[in-house]
Each structure stands twice: as C-alpha cells, then as structure tokens.
Design a protein around this ligand. Structure first.
Ligand SMILES: CC(C)(COP(=O)(O)OP(=O)(O)OC[C@H]1O[C@@H](n2cnc3c(N)ncnc32)[C@H](O)[C@@H]1OP(=O)(O)O)[C@@H](O)C(=O)NCCC(=O)NCCS
Length: 150
C-alpha cells in the first residue's frame, strides 16, 4: 500500500535518498529537511509491512505542484511501486486543486509512461530556482523538466 509517511519512517526515507543521492540519481535530503517536510512524503509498504519506497509531493506556486524524492529499493523495483507512488502524488495534487505537476529527472522515459511530457525549464516559475540554487549541481543541471496537466 501507499500511505502518508510518519515520524518512524524518517530513517528509511533518509537512507534510501542518501543511497540514491550518492549514485547521482536524485538529490539526497538532510534529516532536518525530511522532518520539516514530512507531510510532503508518502511511503510504499509491502504486505509484510516492510517499507520499499518513497516519494514526495511539493506545492510550488499557484496551480503548480512538483514530484520529488522518488525511490524504490533495488530489490523491489519492477513491481509497480514507483508508478503507484507517483500516482498517489497526482491524486493528492488534484484533491488539493492543483492543475499541473512537474518533475526534474534523469529518467524521462519512466515519467513519460505516466503521462509527463518534456517542457522547457524556462516554463517553470522563478520560485523553483530558490531550491535549485541550493543544489550541488547548480547551475549545471542536466535533469529533464517534465510537466503533466492534471
Ligand atoms: C525510478 C524508480 C522509482 C522506478 O521504480 P519501480 O518500482 O521499479 O517502477 P515501476 O515498477 O512502477 O515501473 C513502472 C513502469 O516504468 C518502467 N520503468 C521503470 N524504471 C524505468 C526507468 N529507469 N526508465 C524507464 N522506464 C522505467 C517500468 O518498466 C514500468 O513499465 P511498464 O508499465 O510498461 O511495465 C526506481 O527505478 C528507482 O528507485 N530508481 C532510483 C532512483 C531514481 O532514479 N529516482 C527518480 C528520481 S526523478
């Protein structure tokens, strides 16, 4: 199942994002950030109660939201968890009245399967660069910006 994250999930979230961050697949997030933004996070839990993945939804600006921090444990990939995690963020975005959702990603083909289309980073509001300037890769970002109309 996919459910909202709680405080006990923080060590798992921190570890899986750190491991993927080291491989350059996404941006790792400090513990303080995960606690502060815990309401953004959902986790995937298998039938034995084991945590297998995480994803975050961030409300950005006007009608625009963002998918962040998506990761599934290597041994649990390929079973639909990643897609379900993203879809839960899409549902919450709609429920909260947002019309568009974007992602900055190195794996556009995965998000294309869910309905995201490539867009220009220039189409995204200036506000998102407040986070980008904190990124270790700024200003040489090679991620693809993708947008989905909800
Ligand atoms: C990306 C990731 C979350 C996908 O999780 P997953 O649980 O394996 O994905 P799913 O099983 O839900 O796959 C859904 C579909 O996407 C496809 N897919 C999975 N990973 C893909 C990739 N890297 N590129 C393209 N397509 C991919 C699957 O084949 C599947 O296709 P289908 O519906 O035609 O069968 C996982 O590979 C991961 O944690 N990667 C490392 C971290 C990362 O790159 N995060 C993304 C940051 S933006």
């Amino acid at each position: 199942m996919i459910r909202k994250a709680n405080q006990k999930d923080v060590p798992f979230i921190h570890k899986i994002l750190a491991e993927n961050g080291r491989e350059g697949r996404l941006l790792a997030r400090p513990l303080s950030d995960i606690y502060e933004y815990l309401r953004d996070f959902v986790v995937a839990q298998d039938k034995d109660g084991r945590l297998v993945g995480v994803c975050a939804l961030h409300f950005c600006w006007e009608s625009l939201s963002e998918v962040r921090s998506l990761a599934v444990l290597p041994e649990d990939q390929g079973q639909g968890w990643g897609k379900k995690l993203v879809e839960s963020c899409l549902s919450e975005s709609v429920a909260r009245g947002f019309d568009q959702i974007f992602i900055l990603t190195y794996i556009p083909d995965f998000f294309n399967k869910i309905g995201f289309k490539k867009t220009s980073k220039k189409q995204l509001p200036n506000k998102i660069w407040a986070d980008c300037v904190k990124c270790v890769n700024f200003p040489d970002c090679t991620e693809t910006a993708m947008l989905l109309e909800l």
